[in-house]
Write a protein that binds this ligand. Structure first.
Ligand code: APR
Length: 243
């Protein structure tokens, strides 16, 4: 599976993962655009924009509370966990579009959340914010300043957290190998990260059961799931590094 990139893996020091909803699919969290994807059932313009939130904050919160319930009860899978293993062999950074916190719960030590976190809540007015895994009896929940709280996620039309994005571009520009796992790469600016890596002559590896809009740019595309492939990558690297 990895023979053709064996040299690159042998010589690499910095590996960057760009991940999306697909890496959490095997933890029971639906993707957005896959077969049973969320955007096939729900209109993102009614649930994932700031206008939709102010139009009907209760509706938006009901949907996010359901997603929080599913995410908080989910467990990291072998895809997430193997990345922690890989940290023993390389300098690994995870640039994730996921808001579920499963990379961190799997022990991945360097994770940049490009689209925020559903676990974190923040006030729409004051600078209050905190991680919260409980449930709200009254929706929309209110801050102590009496303004409504929102999930600290990036909605369509909103900018990414600037410091995070700046660091992500830098990590992508410095990596030797970029592994793009579980993302359709249709959302920007996250889908520009492989271009930064390519400009640094990094090796691009895609792990996705389906073709994506950038599959032709990849040095290697593996049509399988992340929980199947990443553990095998770890075993392969351990083997070549022991020779
Ligand atoms: N392992 C690897 N890849 C998988 C798996 C799996 N087990 N299951 C599905 N996939 C792939 C699908 O083939 C698809 O290409 O994961 C990809 C998921 O794509 P999307 O649903 O578009 O999710 P993502 O790329 O993360 O979306 C980007 O869009 O809706 C916004 O903010 C949201 O962060 C999200 C962004």
């Amino acid at each position: 599976m990895f023979e053709e990139i064996s040299n690159a893996l042998q010589n690499a020091r910095r590996i960057v993962f760009v991940t999306g909803a697909g890496i959490s699919e095997e933890s029971g969290i639906p993707t957005f655009r896959g077969k049973d994807g969320l955007w096939r059932k729900y209109d993102p313009m009614k649930l994932a924009t700031i206008d939709a939130f102010y139009e009907d904050p209760k509706l938006v919160w009901e949907w996010y509370q359901d997603r929080r319930r599913n995410i908080i009860s989910a467990e990291p899978n072998n895809g997430h966990k193997s990345i922690t293993e890989l940290e023993k062999l390389y300098q690994v950074t995870v640039l994730t579009q996921n808001i579920d916190g499963l990379h961190q719960r799997a022990g991945n030590s360097k994770v940049l959340e490009l689209h925020g976190s559903i676990i974190r809540i923040k006030c729409t007015v004051c600078d209050f914010q905190k991680d919260f895994t409980g449930y709200f009896d009254v929706l929309p929940p209110k801050c102590k300043c009496d303004n409504i709280l929102r999930p600290d996620v990036v909605w369509f039309g909103e900018s990414l957290p600037q410091e995070v994005w700046k660091n992500a571009m830098q990590e992508a520009s410095l990596c030797d190998v970029m592994i793009i796992a579980g993302t359709s790469l249709v959302v920007s600016p996250a889908n520009t990260l492989p271009i930064f890596a390519k400009q640094n002559n990094a090796m691009l590896i895609e792990i996705n059961p389906e073709q994506t809009i950038m599959s032709n740019e990849m040095d290697l595309s593996i049509r399988d799931t992340s929980a199947n492939v990443i553990p095998k990558l770890v075993e392969f690297v351990k083997e070549i590094k022991s020779q």
